[in-house]
Design a protein around this ligand. Structure first.
Ligand code: XBP
Ligand code: MG
Length: 254
């Protein structure tokens, strides 16, 4: 069941890690390292190494793949236990106040609300920390849906998180836009049929995003001052700009 006009933008679905906040390098990565230490394991993920590990989405999968490569026969069970410990450390990091919204994204959400456009979330992260992070950073925002890793069988780059989000919103892919920061996230949104704006996070600055409708270095007009972005994004990523982006079927060159 879908609702409303197919021509209009009804919802914007945001990814979380990297898109709403820079959580990976100092948040998730360090929480994994604290979990390794808890278990007396001789592993420590460095900043650059973690960048390559991010190709595997989902923290438990990332651990399992890494442990398997270390030749551990207990990789499956150990990944589950480590991921539980990691999640506790990541929650501590959130509660410490170290997580910050990317500049301009909170204002964008308020602008979308004022324009009558629904805001939702589709992430491969775990529900136990996604809620606390959203409350801490965006307490006044009403997220219509929050799709997390536990809600799907297949994590990004599989489209299931976005398909599920659209289903819960009662919308067709043509009625929404996704905002992502990474290649797996863009692949998921594109495969679900969504038009996608990419705001690359620190780990993804040098990646290509061929299926994005537009790629911008940040949300604020001042972030875009010297960037080669389409004219409709010159004032920053606003509700009006996303309405224009939604009406743009192909990637536009500036
Ligand atoms: C983020 C992820 C997550 C986090 C870790 O990808 O892949 O797994 O790195 O969180 P996206 P968990 O931004 O595409 O959602 O440990 O809770 O999985
Ligand atoms: Mg992301």
């Amino acid at each position: 069941m879908t609702r409303g006009s197919h021509d209009q933008l009804h919802a914007v679905i945001f990814d979380v890690d990297g898109t709403l906040a820079e959580t990976e390098r100092d948040g998730h990565r360090q929480a994994f390292n604290l979990a390794f230490r808890d278990f007396g394991l001789p592993y420590e993920w460095g900043v650059a190494e973690y960048g390559t590990l991010l190709a595997t989405t989902g923290g438990r999968h990332r651990l399992q793949e890494f442990l398997t490569r270390q030749g551990r026969g207990d990789a499956v069970q150990l990944a589950v236990a480590l991921h539980t410990a990691k999640t506790t450390h990541f929650l501590d990091w959130i509660r410490s106040g170290a997580a910050h919204a990317r500049p301009g994204v909170h204002e964008l959400m308020k602008d979308l609300h004022n324009a009558g456009i629904t805001v939702g979330v589709a992430t491969t992260g775990s529900r136990s920390w996604v809620g606390p992070l959203l409350t801490r950073l965006f307490g006044d925002i009403d997220f219509a849906i929050t799709v997390c890793g536990e809600d799907v069988d297949h994590l990004k780059p599989h489209p299931q998180a976005y398909v599920h989000a659209l289903d819960r919103l009662g919308l067709d892919a043509r009625q929404a836009v996704a905002v992502e920061d990474s290649p797996p996230g863009l692949s998921a949104a594109t495969a679900a049929g969504l038009r996608c704006l990419v705001v690359p996070s620190a780990y993804n600055r040098n990646e290509d995003f061929p299926t994005a409708v537009a790629v911008v270095p940040g949300y604020l007009a001042m972030d875009l001052f010297d960037a080669p972005v389409p004219a409709y994004l010159r004032q920053g990523v606003t509700a009006a700009a996303l309405v224009r982006l939604h009406a743009t079927p192909e990637r536009t060159q500036p």
